[in-house]
Design a protein around this ligand. Structure first.
Ligand code: MCA
Length: 330
Protein backbone atom coordinates (compact mmCIF):
# COMPACT_ATOMS: atom_id res chain seq x y z
CA UNK A 1 0.00 0.00 0.00
CA UNK A 2 1.70 3.11 -1.27
CA UNK A 3 0.11 6.42 -0.30
CA UNK A 4 0.12 9.64 -2.25
CA UNK A 5 2.44 11.01 0.42
CA UNK A 6 4.86 8.11 -0.17
CA UNK A 7 4.96 8.78 -3.90
CA UNK A 8 5.05 12.57 -3.65
CA UNK A 9 7.86 12.64 -1.09
CA UNK A 10 9.94 10.31 -3.21
CA UNK A 11 9.38 12.28 -6.40
CA UNK A 12 10.39 15.50 -4.61
CA UNK A 13 13.52 13.92 -3.15
CA UNK A 14 14.55 12.70 -6.60
CA UNK A 15 13.82 16.01 -8.33
CA UNK A 16 16.10 17.65 -5.79
CA UNK A 17 18.84 15.00 -5.86
CA UNK A 18 18.97 14.71 -9.64
CA UNK A 19 18.45 18.46 -10.24
CA UNK A 20 15.41 18.05 -12.47
CA UNK A 21 13.94 21.26 -13.89
CA UNK A 22 11.24 22.21 -16.36
CA UNK A 23 13.91 22.22 -19.06
CA UNK A 24 14.60 18.50 -18.80
CA UNK A 25 13.53 16.03 -21.45
CA UNK A 26 13.52 12.41 -20.31
CA UNK A 27 13.84 9.48 -22.70
CA UNK A 28 11.32 7.00 -21.27
CA UNK A 29 11.65 3.45 -22.62
CA UNK A 30 10.74 1.45 -19.51
CA UNK A 31 7.58 -0.57 -18.91
CA UNK A 32 5.08 1.43 -16.82
CA UNK A 33 3.81 -1.46 -14.72
CA UNK A 34 6.72 -1.12 -12.30
CA UNK A 35 8.07 1.46 -9.89
CA UNK A 36 10.95 2.39 -12.18
CA UNK A 37 8.93 3.35 -15.26
CA UNK A 38 5.87 4.61 -13.42
CA UNK A 39 6.93 6.32 -10.21
CA UNK A 40 10.54 7.20 -10.83
CA UNK A 41 10.39 8.18 -14.51
CA UNK A 42 6.90 9.67 -14.76
CA UNK A 43 6.39 11.15 -11.29
CA UNK A 44 9.77 12.85 -11.32
CA UNK A 45 9.08 14.30 -14.77
CA UNK A 46 5.65 15.56 -13.71
CA UNK A 47 6.85 16.92 -10.36
CA UNK A 48 9.57 18.92 -12.12
CA UNK A 49 7.29 20.16 -14.89
CA UNK A 50 9.73 18.52 -17.29
CA UNK A 51 8.93 16.71 -20.56
CA UNK A 52 9.41 13.19 -21.72
CA UNK A 53 9.67 11.28 -24.95
CA UNK A 54 7.58 8.24 -24.18
CA UNK A 55 8.68 5.23 -26.24
CA UNK A 56 6.60 2.08 -26.70
CA UNK A 57 9.62 -0.12 -26.05
CA UNK A 58 13.36 -0.17 -25.55
CA UNK A 59 15.08 0.26 -28.90
CA UNK A 60 18.77 1.21 -28.78
CA UNK A 61 18.83 2.83 -32.25
CA UNK A 62 15.80 4.95 -31.40
CA UNK A 63 17.33 6.06 -28.10
CA UNK A 64 20.60 6.99 -29.78
CA UNK A 65 18.76 9.04 -32.36
CA UNK A 66 16.82 10.90 -29.63
CA UNK A 67 19.78 11.85 -27.42
CA UNK A 68 20.28 15.05 -29.37
CA UNK A 69 16.96 16.43 -28.16
CA UNK A 70 16.82 14.94 -24.67
CA UNK A 71 18.68 15.48 -21.39
CA UNK A 72 18.13 12.39 -19.20
CA UNK A 73 17.87 8.63 -19.71
CA UNK A 74 16.65 6.19 -17.06
CA UNK A 75 17.30 2.52 -17.65
CA UNK A 76 18.00 -0.91 -16.25
CA UNK A 77 21.59 -2.17 -16.71
CA UNK A 78 20.55 -4.18 -19.79
CA UNK A 79 19.76 -0.86 -21.55
CA UNK A 80 23.34 0.31 -21.06
CA UNK A 81 24.86 -3.06 -21.97
CA UNK A 82 22.90 -3.04 -25.25
CA UNK A 83 23.58 0.63 -26.06
CA UNK A 84 27.30 -0.04 -25.62
CA UNK A 85 27.06 -2.57 -28.47
CA UNK A 86 26.22 0.22 -30.92
CA UNK A 87 29.03 1.95 -32.80
CA UNK A 88 26.85 5.07 -32.82
CA UNK A 89 27.39 5.53 -29.09
CA UNK A 90 30.01 8.29 -29.11
CA UNK A 91 30.83 11.36 -26.99
CA UNK A 92 29.14 13.47 -29.68
CA UNK A 93 25.93 11.42 -29.61
CA UNK A 94 25.72 11.85 -25.83
CA UNK A 95 26.94 15.45 -25.73
CA UNK A 96 23.53 17.05 -25.17
CA UNK A 97 22.60 14.66 -22.37
CA UNK A 98 23.21 15.71 -18.78
CA UNK A 99 22.38 12.50 -16.89
CA UNK A 100 22.25 8.72 -17.31
CA UNK A 101 20.55 6.88 -14.43
CA UNK A 102 20.55 3.13 -13.78
CA UNK A 103 18.56 1.00 -11.37
CA UNK A 104 16.37 -2.09 -10.74
CA UNK A 105 19.38 -4.43 -10.91
CA UNK A 106 23.10 -4.20 -10.12
CA UNK A 107 25.12 -2.29 -12.70
CA UNK A 108 28.43 -4.00 -13.34
CA UNK A 109 31.46 -1.83 -12.59
CA UNK A 110 32.68 -2.81 -16.05
CA UNK A 111 29.56 -1.32 -17.70
CA UNK A 112 30.05 1.87 -15.67
CA UNK A 113 33.68 2.09 -16.79
CA UNK A 114 32.95 1.38 -20.45
CA UNK A 115 30.11 3.91 -20.52
CA UNK A 116 32.37 6.59 -19.12
CA UNK A 117 35.08 5.80 -21.65
CA UNK A 118 32.65 5.83 -24.56
CA UNK A 119 30.50 8.86 -23.64
CA UNK A 120 32.36 10.85 -20.99
CA UNK A 121 29.38 10.38 -18.62
CA UNK A 122 29.44 8.51 -15.31
CA UNK A 123 26.19 6.54 -14.98
CA UNK A 124 24.39 7.45 -11.77
CA UNK A 125 23.28 4.28 -9.98
CA UNK A 126 20.48 4.37 -7.44
CA UNK A 127 18.68 1.81 -5.29
CA UNK A 128 15.02 1.25 -4.61
CA UNK A 129 12.20 -1.22 -4.18
CA UNK A 130 8.49 -1.32 -4.93
CA UNK A 131 7.75 -1.10 -1.19
CA UNK A 132 9.80 2.04 -0.66
CA UNK A 133 10.35 3.77 -3.96
CA UNK A 134 13.93 4.99 -4.14
CA UNK A 135 16.12 4.81 -1.05
CA UNK A 136 19.59 5.89 -2.12
CA UNK A 137 21.36 7.55 -5.01
CA UNK A 138 24.87 8.30 -6.07
CA UNK A 139 25.53 12.03 -5.93
CA UNK A 140 24.74 14.44 -8.75
CA UNK A 141 27.86 16.36 -7.90
CA UNK A 142 30.70 14.39 -6.43
CA UNK A 143 31.92 10.97 -7.34
CA UNK A 144 29.48 8.39 -8.73
CA UNK A 145 31.16 5.33 -7.37
CA UNK A 146 30.75 2.17 -9.47
CA UNK A 147 29.57 -0.80 -7.43
CA UNK A 148 27.80 1.42 -4.91
CA UNK A 149 24.31 2.89 -4.75
CA UNK A 150 25.40 6.13 -3.11
CA UNK A 151 23.79 7.86 -0.13
CA UNK A 152 20.30 7.83 1.43
CA UNK A 153 17.96 10.33 -0.26
CA UNK A 154 16.86 13.44 1.65
CA UNK A 155 14.46 12.35 4.41
CA UNK A 156 15.37 8.66 4.10
CA UNK A 157 17.29 6.85 6.83
CA UNK A 158 19.23 3.67 6.20
CA UNK A 159 20.99 1.32 8.58
CA UNK A 160 22.65 -2.08 8.48
CA UNK A 161 21.79 -4.63 11.17
CA UNK A 162 22.95 -8.10 12.12
CA UNK A 163 20.25 -10.41 10.72
CA UNK A 164 20.09 -12.67 13.81
CA UNK A 165 20.44 -10.23 16.71
CA UNK A 166 19.00 -7.13 15.06
CA UNK A 167 21.95 -5.17 16.45
CA UNK A 168 22.93 -2.09 14.43
CA UNK A 169 26.30 -2.63 12.74
CA UNK A 170 29.17 -0.23 12.18
CA UNK A 171 30.95 1.06 9.12
CA UNK A 172 32.04 -1.62 6.67
CA UNK A 173 30.16 -4.45 8.37
CA UNK A 174 27.85 -6.53 6.19
CA UNK A 175 24.28 -7.07 7.35
CA UNK A 176 20.63 -6.58 6.50
CA UNK A 177 19.73 -3.19 5.06
CA UNK A 178 16.78 -1.50 6.78
CA UNK A 179 15.16 1.79 5.79
CA UNK A 180 12.79 4.31 7.34
CA UNK A 181 11.24 7.47 5.94
CA UNK A 182 8.27 9.13 4.25
CA UNK A 183 8.83 6.90 1.20
CA UNK A 184 8.17 3.60 3.01
CA UNK A 185 4.84 1.88 2.19
CA UNK A 186 2.07 1.19 4.69
CA UNK A 187 2.16 -2.58 4.34
CA UNK A 188 1.24 -5.47 2.05
CA UNK A 189 -2.42 -5.41 0.99
CA UNK A 190 -4.44 -7.72 3.27
CA UNK A 191 -1.30 -9.42 4.55
CA UNK A 192 -0.91 -8.08 8.10
CA UNK A 193 1.31 -10.94 9.19
CA UNK A 194 3.72 -10.59 6.30
CA UNK A 195 3.74 -6.83 6.89
CA UNK A 196 4.56 -7.25 10.59
CA UNK A 197 7.32 -9.74 9.76
CA UNK A 198 9.05 -7.32 7.40
CA UNK A 199 9.26 -4.41 9.83
CA UNK A 200 11.76 -4.27 12.66
CA UNK A 201 11.24 -1.53 15.29
CA UNK A 202 9.54 0.65 12.68
CA UNK A 203 12.24 0.06 10.05
CA UNK A 204 11.47 -1.79 6.82
CA UNK A 205 13.65 -4.87 6.35
CA UNK A 206 14.64 -4.74 2.68
CA UNK A 207 15.95 -8.30 2.28
CA UNK A 208 19.11 -6.88 0.72
CA UNK A 209 22.47 -7.46 2.34
CA UNK A 210 24.92 -4.62 2.28
CA UNK A 211 27.25 -2.28 4.07
CA UNK A 212 27.94 1.40 4.53
CA UNK A 213 31.49 2.25 3.50
CA UNK A 214 33.80 4.62 5.41
CA UNK A 215 32.88 7.43 3.03
CA UNK A 216 29.13 6.81 3.53
CA UNK A 217 28.47 5.14 0.19
CA UNK A 218 26.04 2.24 0.51
CA UNK A 219 26.99 -1.00 -1.17
CA UNK A 220 24.63 -3.91 -1.84
CA UNK A 221 26.50 -7.18 -1.58
CA UNK A 222 23.76 -9.78 -1.86
CA UNK A 223 20.23 -10.77 -1.22
CA UNK A 224 18.70 -12.32 1.84
CA UNK A 225 15.66 -13.36 -0.12
CA UNK A 226 15.71 -16.10 -2.76
CA UNK A 227 15.28 -13.90 -5.81
CA UNK A 228 16.62 -13.65 -9.36
CA UNK A 229 16.76 -10.28 -11.16
CA UNK A 230 16.69 -10.73 -14.93
CA UNK A 231 16.90 -7.63 -17.11
CA UNK A 232 15.49 -5.62 -14.19
CA UNK A 233 12.54 -7.93 -13.57
CA UNK A 234 12.19 -9.82 -10.29
CA UNK A 235 11.73 -13.56 -10.69
CA UNK A 236 10.74 -15.60 -7.66
CA UNK A 237 12.30 -19.09 -8.00
CA UNK A 238 9.47 -20.74 -6.09
CA UNK A 239 6.93 -19.78 -8.76
CA UNK A 240 9.10 -21.23 -11.54
CA UNK A 241 9.95 -24.35 -9.51
CA UNK A 242 6.24 -24.98 -8.84
CA UNK A 243 5.51 -24.96 -12.59
CA UNK A 244 8.46 -27.23 -13.38
CA UNK A 245 7.68 -29.66 -10.55
CA UNK A 246 4.14 -30.02 -11.92
CA UNK A 247 5.42 -31.35 -15.26
CA UNK A 248 5.12 -35.12 -15.82
CA UNK A 249 8.40 -36.92 -15.27
CA UNK A 250 9.96 -34.27 -13.03
CA UNK A 251 10.79 -35.16 -9.44
CA UNK A 252 12.04 -31.79 -8.28
CA UNK A 253 13.82 -28.64 -9.38
CA UNK A 254 15.90 -25.72 -8.14
CA UNK A 255 15.78 -22.40 -9.98
CA UNK A 256 18.78 -20.10 -9.70
CA UNK A 257 20.14 -16.94 -11.33
CA UNK A 258 23.49 -17.21 -13.11
CA UNK A 259 25.63 -14.35 -14.48
CA UNK A 260 24.27 -13.45 -17.93
CA UNK A 261 25.96 -10.95 -20.28
CA UNK A 262 22.70 -9.34 -21.45
CA UNK A 263 20.19 -9.79 -18.62
CA UNK A 264 22.60 -9.58 -15.65
CA UNK A 265 21.22 -12.83 -14.34
CA UNK A 266 19.77 -15.67 -16.42
CA UNK A 267 16.97 -17.77 -14.93
CA UNK A 268 18.30 -21.33 -14.87
CA UNK A 269 16.51 -24.51 -13.88
CA UNK A 270 18.31 -27.47 -12.37
CA UNK A 271 15.98 -30.45 -12.55
CA UNK A 272 15.84 -34.02 -11.37
CA UNK A 273 13.78 -36.20 -13.68
CA UNK A 274 12.42 -39.69 -13.15
CA UNK A 275 14.88 -42.20 -14.69
CA UNK A 276 12.19 -43.48 -17.06
CA UNK A 277 11.13 -40.01 -18.20
CA UNK A 278 12.21 -39.25 -21.75
CA UNK A 279 12.81 -35.58 -21.05
CA UNK A 280 15.42 -33.24 -22.41
CA UNK A 281 16.00 -29.51 -22.14
CA UNK A 282 13.83 -28.70 -25.15
CA UNK A 283 10.94 -30.81 -23.87
CA UNK A 284 10.96 -29.00 -20.51
CA UNK A 285 11.09 -25.56 -22.15
CA UNK A 286 8.26 -26.45 -24.50
CA UNK A 287 6.14 -27.85 -21.69
CA UNK A 288 6.57 -24.56 -19.80
CA UNK A 289 5.49 -22.42 -22.74
CA UNK A 290 2.42 -20.39 -21.94
CA UNK A 291 2.64 -21.26 -18.23
CA UNK A 292 5.13 -18.54 -17.28
CA UNK A 293 5.82 -15.02 -18.54
CA UNK A 294 8.72 -15.05 -21.03
CA UNK A 295 11.12 -13.29 -18.68
CA UNK A 296 10.45 -15.90 -15.97
CA UNK A 297 11.08 -18.87 -18.30
CA UNK A 298 14.42 -20.58 -17.77
CA UNK A 299 17.03 -19.73 -20.40
CA UNK A 300 18.61 -23.13 -19.78
CA UNK A 301 17.62 -26.41 -18.13
CA UNK A 302 20.23 -28.68 -16.59
CA UNK A 303 19.56 -32.27 -15.55
CA UNK A 304 21.08 -33.76 -12.40
CA UNK A 305 20.56 -37.08 -10.60
CA UNK A 306 20.17 -35.29 -7.23
CA UNK A 307 20.12 -31.77 -5.91
CA UNK A 308 22.87 -30.97 -3.41
CA UNK A 309 21.41 -30.60 0.10
CA UNK A 310 22.80 -29.63 3.48
CA UNK A 311 22.31 -31.74 6.59
CA UNK A 312 18.99 -29.97 7.23
CA UNK A 313 17.76 -31.17 3.82
CA UNK A 314 17.78 -27.67 2.31
CA UNK A 315 18.87 -27.40 -1.32
CA UNK A 316 22.26 -25.69 -1.49
CA UNK A 317 21.65 -23.23 -4.28
CA UNK A 318 24.97 -21.54 -3.58
CA UNK A 319 26.78 -24.71 -4.68
CA UNK A 320 24.73 -24.87 -7.87
CA UNK A 321 25.41 -21.20 -8.61
CA UNK A 322 29.11 -21.81 -8.10
CA UNK A 323 29.22 -24.92 -10.27
CA UNK A 324 27.37 -23.41 -13.24
CA UNK A 325 28.46 -19.78 -13.01
CA UNK A 326 30.11 -19.82 -16.47
CA UNK A 327 27.05 -21.27 -18.24
CA UNK A 328 26.22 -18.09 -20.16
CA UNK A 329 29.84 -17.18 -20.80
CA UNK A 330 31.62 -14.10 -19.50
C1 MCA B 1 12.71 -10.03 -22.39
N1 MCA B 1 13.06 -11.32 -22.31
C2 MCA B 1 13.64 -11.52 -21.13
C3 MCA B 1 13.61 -10.27 -20.48
N2 MCA B 1 13.03 -9.37 -21.28
N3 MCA B 1 14.18 -12.61 -20.56
C4 MCA B 1 14.67 -12.49 -19.34
N4 MCA B 1 14.69 -11.31 -18.65
C5 MCA B 1 14.15 -10.19 -19.19
N5 MCA B 1 14.15 -9.06 -18.50
C6 MCA B 1 12.93 -12.41 -23.26
C7 MCA B 1 11.95 -12.15 -24.38
O1 MCA B 1 10.67 -12.60 -24.03
C8 MCA B 1 12.57 -12.96 -25.51
O2 MCA B 1 12.27 -14.32 -25.33
C9 MCA B 1 14.04 -12.83 -25.28
O3 MCA B 1 14.19 -12.58 -23.87
C10 MCA B 1 14.69 -11.71 -26.05
O4 MCA B 1 13.86 -10.55 -25.93
P1 MCA B 1 14.34 -9.10 -26.31
O5 MCA B 1 13.59 -8.63 -27.50
O6 MCA B 1 15.81 -9.04 -26.31
O7 MCA B 1 13.82 -8.35 -25.01
P2 MCA B 1 13.30 -6.89 -24.94
O8 MCA B 1 11.86 -6.85 -25.30
O9 MCA B 1 14.27 -6.01 -25.67
O10 MCA B 1 13.36 -6.64 -23.37
C11 MCA B 1 14.55 -6.49 -22.68
C12 MCA B 1 14.41 -5.31 -21.71
C13 MCA B 1 13.18 -5.59 -20.84
C14 MCA B 1 14.19 -4.03 -22.53
C15 MCA B 1 15.66 -5.19 -20.90
O11 MCA B 1 13.37 -6.79 -20.12
C16 MCA B 1 12.85 -4.45 -19.91
O12 MCA B 1 12.23 -3.47 -20.31
N6 MCA B 1 13.27 -4.54 -18.63
C17 MCA B 1 13.02 -3.50 -17.67
C18 MCA B 1 12.33 -4.05 -16.50
C19 MCA B 1 11.93 -2.97 -15.50
O13 MCA B 1 11.46 -1.92 -15.82
N7 MCA B 1 12.14 -3.29 -14.24
C20 MCA B 1 11.81 -2.42 -13.19
C21 MCA B 1 11.17 -3.21 -12.11
P3 MCA B 1 11.81 -15.26 -26.53
O14 MCA B 1 12.84 -15.03 -27.61
O15 MCA B 1 11.83 -16.62 -25.93
O16 MCA B 1 10.45 -14.76 -26.88
S1 MCA B 1 12.04 -3.10 -10.65
C22 MCA B 1 11.67 -1.62 -9.97
O17 MCA B 1 10.84 -0.87 -10.40
C23 MCA B 1 12.50 -1.30 -8.74
C24 MCA B 1 11.67 -0.80 -7.64
C25 MCA B 1 13.59 -0.29 -9.07
O18 MCA B 1 14.44 -0.02 -8.21
O19 MCA B 1 13.60 0.19 -10.20
Amino acid sequence: MLTHANLASNAQALVETWRFTGDDVLIHALPIFHTHGLFVAINVTLAAGASMIFLPKFDPERILSLMGRASVLMGVPTFYVRLLKSSELTPEAAAGMRLFISGSAPLLAETHREWRARTGHAILERYGMTETGMNTSNPYEGERLAGTVGFPLPGVELRVVAPESGEVLGTGEIGMIEVRGPNVFKGYWRLPEKTAAEFHDGWFVTGDLGLIGPDGYVQIVGRGKDLVISGGYNVYPKEVETEIDALPGIIESAVIGLPHPDFGEGVTAIVVARPDAALDEQAVLEALEGRLARYKSPKRVIFLDDLPRNTMGKVQKNLLREQYRGLYGG
